[in-house]
Structures are given as C-alpha cells and as structure tokens.
Ligand binder design. Structure first.
Ligand SMILES: C[S@@+](CC[C@H](N)C(=O)[O-])C[C@H]1O[C@@H](n2cnc3c(N)ncnc32)[C@H](O)[C@@H]1O
Length: 235
C-alpha cells in the first residue's frame, strides 16, 4: 500500500504533496461537476484556489456536505487542525456563511504540528504546516461566528468544556492529537452528531487512535472512499 511505502513519507509536505492533490482534484472536479450542485463545486474550487488546502476536492466535498447536514442539528461545530483555514471556510459556508449564528470553534497550535510519537512512524516534522493565527483570522474575517483557540489541543479545550457538538472535523495528522480529539469530543457529541477525521486510511497514528479509542465503544469508524472516516454518535 502507498502509505507503507517509504517514498510516501518523502512526499508528505511540500511540493509533491501539493502537486499530487492539485492533479487529483482537477480530475475530481469533472466528476463532481457532472452531478453535484454547481454552487458547491464552485465553492470548493474557489477555496482551493484561495488557500493552500491539504484535502482533495472529494475530501472538501465530504467535509462540506457533512458539516451542512450536522449544522441543522442542535450543537456547536468544531475543527481541530485548520492549517491555513481552507477547511474552516468550507465549514463556515456549510453552516450558513457570513450571516450564520452557529459558532465554529477552531483549535490549532498556529505553529504547525507538535512532536510526533512512535505510532506516527516519523512521517511528519515538528512545526510542519505552520500558519499564524493572524493569517487565518484575516482570511476568515467575514465570518464573525468563528472562535479561535491557540495551542496544543486538548490543553486548549477548557473554554468549550460545557458545550455539546453536532460536528467536529479533526485533521491533526498525529496519534496523540487524534486520540485527544476523540477523548474530548466523544462525550460531548449530540446523538447523531459526527466526528470526522482526515487521513484515517493514510496515516497509521490516526487509525491507531480510532482503533484504540473505539475498542470499548458501541460505535465503529465508518471509512469513506477518501482518506477520511467518520464516527456517528449513537443516541
Ligand atoms: C494537515 S494540517 C490541517 C489541514 C487543514 N484542515 C486543511 O484541510 O487545509 C494539520 C494542522 O493541525 C494542527 N495540529 C496538529 N496537532 C495539533 C494539536 N494537538 N493541537 C492543535 N493543533 C494541532 C497543525 O498546526 C496544522 O495546522
């Protein structure tokens, strides 16, 4: 499998990853354009042009679609791992755009990835994917419903301790951060609420966190055709 090939590690980050995503996404635009809502496809193209985005077009579509569905449920919205804010903008647009009163809580170090641990197999470097809070805030300035929390999650979670969530996008690339998201958000998901993660089938640390966390839970990770998976909270 590609993810177990040592060459894969050298593709992560930088030009090869971005070029691969660019080519893949341009193929996917054709498929999306054939049968999806034109306004959704336009939005995905626009966001991917505006900001470096680490998701393919299909992954952007899945994120937008799930956030839209869950945005209609009671509960707030969260994202852990926003990088340059492209995924956050898709979420914001999905939950009503600039006039939405649904709060979107965004957690990031805004200094890139923290240290990895053994399950991550050394694929990433510390501080990879760094983008400042000021830059993300400026990009998302039209959305007054976004709240930012800077630092390593879950140490930054205290302000949202008492909230319930209908949708969480977890995109932190690493075992410890993914486990932290699961441990924090699982008990705070409303019934039917969804926690989605990027890279479930691409990064061993992410998959291991889900496998360990769900071992004693009634839910399973629902694997999607992209690298993503989702966890739907039982009632
Ligand atoms: C792959 S990037 C996110 C990509 C973004 N969602 C997109 O689609 O463009 C990973 C992000 O997670 C952040 N991150 C990783 N672990 C974290 C943690 N434990 N707490 C906060 N932020 C974290 C990094 O700073 C980085 O911005």
């Amino acid at each position: 499998m590609l993810k177990d090939n040592p060459r894969f590690a050298r593709m992560v980050g930088g030009v090869p990853e971005r070029l691969g995503l660019w080519m893949l996404s341009h193929l996917q635009y054709f498929q999306l354009g054939a049968h999806k809502q034109p306004s959704d496809v336009r939005l995905i193209k626009q966001v991917r042009r505006e900001r470096t985005c680490l998701m393919s077009a299909f992954e952007c579509f899945t994120l937008h679609s799930l956030a839209k569905a869950c945005g209609r449920m009671p509960g707030e919205i969260a994202e852990v791992g926003c990088y340059r804010g492209a995924s956050t903008k898709l979420i914001c647009e999905a939950v009503g755009g600039v006039h939405s009163n649904k709060t979107v809580h965004v957690f990031d170090t805004f200094e890139g990835l923290p240290k990895s641990s053994p399950p991550d197999r050394g694929i990433h470097d510390e501080n990879q994917y760094a983008c400042s809070l000021e830059s993300v805030r400026e990009y998302l300035q039209p959305y007054s419903n976004v709240r930012y929390y800077k630092g390593i999650f879950p140490a930054t979670s205290e302000p949202v301790n008492d909230l319930q969530f209908s949708f969480v996008n977890c995109d932190v690339d690493l075992y410890e951060g993914t486990l932290g998201c699961l441990e924090f958000f699982y008990p705070r998901l409303v019934p039917g609420g969804i926690l989605m993660s990027h890279d479930y089938s691409m990064l061993n640390g992410v998959k291991q966190a889900f496998t360990e966390f769900l071992a004693d839970k009634p839910e399973s990770a629902v694997e999607l055709p992209t690298s993503q998976c989702m966890l739907v909270k039982r009632g």
